[in-house]
Design a protein around this ligand. Structure first.
Ligand code: SF4
Ligand code: SF4
Length: 274
């Protein structure tokens, strides 16, 4: 079973939940929050391997180019422009679709690898962790997320820590998962962003369950929303100074047996909806 842990809003405790869950139940953990991966801070893995993530970008052989502009006309992302006797490639806009190479009548376009990040893997706290790191300033997180997900083990339990938000990176992290766990704070902002996650899951036909983190504020609209949309609440984690202290010291809740069994129970409830 593949479980995507997502949040919509940032700062809800998504990574803390995903990491505790993976350690509690012995799952492989994939950190797909590649812009700011920090599951490894809790796991402290011994890194066993690393691979570069590259994307293909077009290069122009000007000795063959006739400056016909067909490459620029076919590019849906405005990533290539022909200006006089120059062909400009805007690498950050390029989506590596290859259309320009196909459209070029002179075979003047070839492709080169451009590194945009790295994937690392290792073990710690009794689990296997794979995490991606997107290079600073790179706009496209999805190729790094894909590379992390390629390392998901076949069979067994895989927990995917997705990026916050509801745009392409979050969708890429969720894609192909059996179920999504939305970690939500009981606040109006938390509910607003969680409702978008609920819509995304509906569009992707992925079942959604909720974990209410920092519960106990008295704001009950999240529960009402879950009831109305048929989203089971599988766990509530109370707002607590002690939990915040453990978090800030990179300590996991499941180091205590009582929390370990609560996370295992949450997994049972997640499994019921799959
Ligand atoms: S399509 Fe090929 S020949 Fe035409 S401008 Fe682009 S690179 Fe040059
Ligand atoms: S590979 Fe695709 S996105 Fe990139 S420049 Fe060529 S047509 Fe545009």
């Amino acid at each position: 079973m593949k479980i995507a842990v997502v949040s919509g809003k940032g700062g809800t405790g998504k990574t803390y939940f995903a990491t505790n869950l993976a350690v509690a139940v012995g799952a492989q953990l994939l950190d797909c929050d590649v812009e700011e991966p920090n599951a490894h801070l809790f796991i402290s893995p011994k890194v066993e391997g690393e691979k570069l993530v590259c994307v293909k970008v077009p290069r122009i052989d000007l000795s063959k180019c006739t400056f016909c502009k067909k490459c620029a006309e076919v590019c849906a992302y405005n990533a290539i422009a022909v200006v006089g006797k120059q062909v400009l490639v805007f690498e950050e806009l390029c989506h590596s679709c290859g259309a320009c190479s196909i459209a070029c009548p002179e075979q003047a376009i070839y492709e080169e690898n451009r590194p945009i990040g790295v994937v690392r893997w290792g073990a710690g706290k009794g689990i296997e962790l794979v995490y991606g790191v997107l290079n600073v300033g790179e706009p496209r997180a999805t190729p790094v997320i894909e590379s992390v997900k390629e390392m998901a083990r076949d069979g067994g339990l895989v927990v995917i820590d997705g990026p916050p938000g509801t745009s392409c990176p979050a969708v890429e992290a969720m894609y192909g998962c059996d179920v999504a766990v939305g970690v939500v704070e009981p606040t109006p902002m938390g509910l607003h962003d969680f409702s978008i996650i609920a819509d995304v899951c509906q569009n992707l036909s992925i079942k959604l369950v909720a974990v209410i983190n920092k519960s106990g504020f008295g704001y009950e609209d999240v529960k009402s929303f879950c009831q109305k949309r048929g989203v089971p609440v599988v766990m509530e984690i109370p707002f607590s100074r002690r939990i915040a202290e453990l978090y800030s010291r990179k300590r996991l809740l499941v180091e205590e047996e009582s929390w370990r069994s609560r996370f295992a129970e949450a997994l049972d409830k997640v499994s019921e909806v799959v």
